[in-house]
Design a protein around this ligand. Sequence first.
Ligand SMILES: [Zn+2]
Length: 128
Amino acid sequence: MDAALLLATIQATIAKLDEPAETPVAMAQIIADARFLLTRVAANAVKENRAPVTFTCEYCGYEKTEEHGPGQLPRYCAACYPEAQRSLNRQRVKAHRARQKTAEASPVALGATERQSSLCAKSSASRL
Ligand SMILES: [Zn+2]
């Protein structure tokens, strides 16, 4: 969405907000539209504030200069980012499997495993 269209859509939505909505569903739709437009405005603001930043990639170790929005410096360069994410996932899965294996191997730790799995179930349920 370009800036002119975004502005026109925002003005139309503001006009709708000033009039009483016919139904609660219509009001909810106007609020949803306003919410969506705000996210677009925020995304455009980040895009406009992009500037070249120089940082050292933690994956390849090279100093890189890339365009980034305001905020924390990136940890990985654009070229390394997908591979760095995969590598972190592999490490996390490996550590998780190692923990599962040691818990299965030692009967003393069974209580801990049961507690862990109930915690896992709880945390995955809260994520839903
Ligand atoms: Zn890199």
